[in-house]
Design a protein around this ligand. Structure first.
Ligand SMILES: Nc1ncnc2c1ncn2[C@@H]1O[C@H](COP(=O)(O)OP(=O)(O)OP(=O)(O)O)[C@@H](O)[C@H]1O
Ligand SMILES: [Mg+2]
Length: 315
């Protein structure tokens, strides 16, 4: 049967309030002026959802917001990217997650209020929700304590219903790196950490040792390596693909989520793993050509033009 969505994204939702052009960091008890301000959709899962939708996939989001103005900003931003929000839950007791970002030149200081992000649990996700999609992507494990216990079960449920699955655990702000690998990764088709994250998760400083440890648990391991590109690992297969190097990086915000969007866009079309990796590297590189996480992904046509103009790649 034809599914309603190609991808269901489960993850954190928050806004970023970015204050820029600040003369100096504020001191306790004093006040400084910022000459720039932007309010945008901030979460990593939402950047993934927006960008894979812009590439042409049919995408739905399931996450938790508060009943407030920031929640409206989140919903409007997703809708503008043609992401279905009918499965987003509203919590009456917590506010929508928000990060205040203070930019002084290149340095920044962030403060995050997790709010409703803390409260999403497996109880919020039904078999009926999962059945609407062909693929499940989950992002930002450490930011969603409500999901810690149930994540393995969620992936297992999805796989039993015939969905394929992908997982980007992202950074652990508390740096505990406590995650039940054995309960989660066997039900994940594509695991997408970056190089630092997989080292910390395994406690192994040597990348090859970290890869050897994790590849036992998951079908496809993808290690993102910034401007060095990515490594894809399956049983007896390992391919290290250099990046489409961007010499004039605007910013790297969302490069990892854009990589995920490119990789999974090809994966859900059943393309071979090297085509997925190449498209992931390309999407990550294209993301660095514009500010923020979603600007470089307007639609497939502009993406195609950017690939040609910036990297000489025909897609
Ligand atoms: N300067 C760059 N030039 C070209 N490609 C890049 C550059 N930086 C990143 N990429 C591409 O984007 C991919 C993902 O970037 P990165 O490794 O920074 O992910 P990440 O650390 O998960 O990022 P995020 O902070 O968004 O979570 C890389 O694997 C690479 O293919
Ligand atoms: Mg990342």
């Amino acid at each position: 049967m034809e599914k309603l969505f190609d991808v269901l994204v489960v993850g954190e939702l928050n806004v970023d309030l970015i204050l820029s052009d600040i003369e100096k960091f504020p001191e306790i008890g004093k006040e400084v002026l910022a000459h720039g301000m932007t309010l945008t959709l901030g979460s990593s899962a939402a950047i993934f959802a927006s960008n894979i939708s812009s590439l042409g996939a049919k995408v739905a989001f399931l996450g938790k917001i508060g009943n407030d103005k920031f929640g409206e900003v989140v919903l409007e931003s997703l809708k503008r990217k043609h992401v279905d929000v009918s499965m987003v839950k509203t919590d009456e007791h917590a506010g929508t997650g928000a990060t205040i970002v203070l930019y002084v030149d290149e340095d920044r200081a962030n403060t995050t209020y997790p709010g409703a992000m803390d409260l999403l649990t497996i109880e919020d996700i039904t078999e009926e929700d999962l059945k609407k999609a062909r693929h499940l992507h989950f992002s930002s494990y450490f930011l969603q304590p409500g999901m810690w216990k149930g994540l393995g079960q969620l992936f297992k449920m999805a796989r039993n219903l015939g969905l394929t699955t992908s997982f980007d655990m992202q950074w652990d702000p508390k740096e505990t790196w406590e995650m039940d690998i054995e309960a989660i990764l066997p039900y994940v088709n594509v695991f997408l950490p970056n190089e630092m994250e997989i080292r910390y998760l395994t406690g192994k400083n040597d990348l090859q040792e970290a890869i050897d440890y994790i590849k036992k648990y998951t079908e496809t391991l993808v290690v993102k390596r910034g401007n060095k590109g990515s490594i894809v690992v399956q049983k007896d297969y390992l391919f290290d693909l250099p990046s489409f190097l961007n010499e004039k990086v605007v910013d790297t915000v969302g490069a990892g989520d854009s990589f995920n969007a490119g990789f999974i866009f090809k994966y859900i079309k059943n393309e071979n793993i090297s085509a997925c990796q190449r498209f992931g590297n390309l999407a990550g590189a294209i993301s660095t050509t514009a500010s923020g996480g979603t600007k470089a992904f307007k639609n497939y046509e502009t993406f195609r033009k950017s690939a040609l103009d910036n990297f000489g790649i025909v897609i």
